[in-house]
Every structure is written in C-alpha cells, then in structure tokens.
Write a protein that binds this ligand. Structure first.
Ligand code: LMR
Length: 398
C-alpha cells in the first residue's frame, strides 16, 4: 500500500529544532523556533497563566467546553485585536471562532477562501513565514508574492510593495503581518500602513492579517494592533488569525482565534456557522484547557493587566539582547553594518547571514537557525550573547 511514499522534506523551522536536540555540545544555542525563552534560555510559564491555572483547577471542563467559555475567549480576542470600543465589536459584526493557534486559524481561513472564492489567489509578502506556503497549498489556493523586504538595505521595499498592490488584479486576497513581521522583523510605519490601507480600498483587496506576535514589536498590545485599527478606520472588511502561542507562552496548548469582519450580524452568523462546519470536519473542536486559560486571563482585569506587564517584560528583554548583540559585534571590529539588528522589531532578526554561513555556525559553533539567516532573538541570553557575537564575527569576516 505505501511503497511509493517517500519521506517528506524537513520542515525549515522544526528541522532546526531536531538538529539542535541531536547535538550533544554543551555550547549549543537554538535560534530557530520563534518561541519565547527567558534569559537563562528556559521556556517560560507566565505568572498570569499560573494564576489562571490555579483559578480553573478542578472546574468541570474536561468532558466538553461550555459554549460560554468558548464565546468568551472569542469575544475577548476580538476586542484585543480590533479595540474594545470599536463598532465591529459593539455591533457584533465579527464572525469569530476558536482555532488551533495561528496555524489553525490560517488553515480554517484558507479552506473558507477556497469554498467561497474558489478561483482566488493569495498574495504573500516575500519572504513570509514558511508555513504560510504549506497552509494555502494544502487548501489548493495558488500563491503569488508581493515585494516586501529589500536585502540590500535590510528594510522595507515600500515602493515595490505599493506597485505590487496596485498591479494585482482588483479584489485580490493579501496576507499581511500587522506587527513583528516573521521572518524579517521589518514593519511598515504608521504612515505607510495608511497608504497601504488606502490603496487596498482603491483596489478592493481583501486584507487577511496574521497576528502571531501581538505585543512583541512594541511591548504594547494596542500599539501592535495599530495597522489593523487603521484598516478598520478605513472600513475594510478584514480577516484575522490570532495566536496565544507566543504572547501567553501557550505554544503547546494551540489556542487562537479566527475572525472575519462582516457587513452585519446576520452575515457574521452565517460565516461563523460555515467556519464551524469546516472545523467540525477537520478536528471536531480544539482542546479545552488552553481556551479556558485564555478566557480566564482576558476576562479577569487583574490577570489581564498582569499579562500586559509580562508581555512588555518579554518584549523588552528581546530588545535589550538586540542592543547587546549589535554592540558586541561592533566591539569585535566587524567591518559589516549591524544596525538592522536594532532597527528590526519583534522576535526575529533577519541577519543577512548566507546559507553557507548558517551551516558554518551549526557545524563549527553549534548555533542553530533557519537557512534564511533568521535569528530568533528569544534564544539570545546574557550567557550566550558573547559566544554568539564571536561566532557570527568569525563566519562573516572576510
Ligand atoms: C516560528 O516562525 O518559528 C513560529 O511561528 C513557530 C512555528 O510554529 O513555526
């Protein structure tokens, strides 16, 4: 039955974790997966999560989850992204469903897109998160790309991006990263988002936001939602995937939300029922524990404010490590310009290291990152930043 099945290609991100785990060196560093680590390199259980766990301990949720908990999680997620006082929230115009983290939310949306716009494409920024390609491919939606990152300036190629938006056929689907772009750490400015939103309006494009790192760009959850709020002001109907994997340290729980803004609450009910039907056939319903944790944190003012503080602490630690890494490279006398390490935002630094240099880092220094040179800054600590800077200097000196 299965003789013709060849092994699948390694996932570009999970493959890095596998290589890291297989390396016995005590000096090894994992800069692959974009999941938060503390300054000792340990995964973090946030205090708000610990308190929420204590609060829900023993509650009767294991057999099924009540509609009210799931609805609460979705309602609070929608407020978090669109703003608690926004009209879409007040008028019930968002079709929101719980999803298996950001990946699951994207997958549900891609399937929904295929069902109701079967002839459509999806435009991705070049580059984008590697799994976006898999998700839309498996939903049989062909992809196209739009210019985003300029490798020479290591910043946004705004003029080319705008040209691609203008030249795409009217009413195209675009995937946008609202903050902390993965993998480049390069975001448009507020003014640029306004221009992008305006041009989307002119062309009638559909903006689908993948919000996987809310809070990590600026340390402020509202500020990181600014791009989405600008599109709201311009009255776009938006789609959004949200994930709590990184912002609440709940990667293993797979908690997220998919929302689609609608013209009225009747349309929202119809769309919600269609997405629920898609989810039902794919996996029934998501696990309940994580949803309960998120609903508890977001609906308790004390826990929510504790969470807001903890997001800032995580974002600030990453920011400090950007500064130290850059300073160390400069102190070593590197002739290269490392300004982009501190100019870029969020969890990732798109270092500019070549695949050959990335391989050397793994083989000679036991430092692991994705082939495109993306550094997950969460893996950089006070204890390893000197070693890392030295290694990067070694493989980049001419
Ligand atoms: C990443 O890009 O490393 C994260 O989004 C984690 C993942 O699942 O790929």
């Amino acid at each position: 039955w299965w003789d013709h099945v060849a092994p699948a290609a390694k996932d570009p991100i999970n493959g890095v974790t596998e290589a890291f785990l297989a390396d016995p060196s005590p000096y090894k560093i994992n800069l692959g997966v974009g999941a938060y680590r503390d300054d000792k390199g340990r995964p973090v259980v946030l205090q708000c999560v610990r308190e929420a766990e204590a609060k829900i301990a023993g509650s009767e949720f294991l057999e099924s989850i009540s509609a009210s908990v799931s609805t609460k999680m979705v309602e609070e997620s929608v407020k978090l992204v669109y703003g608690k006082d926004s009209d879409v929230v007040k008028e019930g115009r968002s079709a929101g469903v719980q999803a298996l983290s950001g990946t699951g939310a994207c997958r549900l949306f891609a399937e929904f897109q295929r069902r109701f716009h079967p002839e459509s494409h999806i435009y991705f920024p070049d580059p984008t998160w590697s799994n976006h390609h898999n998700i839309w491919r498996d939903a049989q939606i062909p992809e196209r790309t739009y210019h985003y990152y300029d490798p020479d300036s290591k910043s946004l190629d705004f003029a080319a991006l705008m040209d691609d938006i203008k030249n795409a056929p009217d009413s195209s689907f675009f995937l946008l990263h609202p903050s902390a772009h993965n993998p480049t750490g390069v975001d448009p400015t507020e003014e640029q988002w306004r221009e992008i939103s305006y041009q989307f309006k002119v062309k009638g494009h559909f903006p689908f936001f993948d919000m996987a790192y809310q809070g990590f760009a600026s340390g402020d959850l509202d500020k990181d939602a600014q791009a989405i709020r600008i599109f709201l002001e311009d009255e776009h109907l938006i789609g959004c995937a949200q994930s709590y994997a990184k912002s609440m340290g709940l990667y293993g729980h797979r908690v997220g939300c998919l929302s689609i803004l609608c013209v009225d609450s009747k349309q929202a009910a119809a769309i919600r029922s269609q997405i629920q039907q898609i989810a039902r056939a794919m996996y029934g319903s998501p696990p309940v524990h994580g949803i309960l944790l998120v609903a508890t944190i977001l609906s308790d003012p004390n826990l929510k404010s504790l969470w807001i503080d903890e997001v800032k602490i995580m974002a600030d630690r990453i920011q400090r490590k950007r500064t130290t890494l850059r300073q160390n490279l400069e102190k070593l006398g590197s002739s290269l310009n490392w300004e982009h390490i501190t100019n870029q935002l969020g969890m990732f630094c798109f270092s500019g290291l070549t695949p050959y240099q990335v391989d050397r880092l793994a083989k000679e220094f036991h430092i692991y990152m994705t082939q495109d040179g993306r550094i997950s800054m969460a893996g950089v600590t006070t204890g390893n930043v000197n070693y890392l800077a030295n290694a990067i200097h070694e493989v980049t000196r001419s």
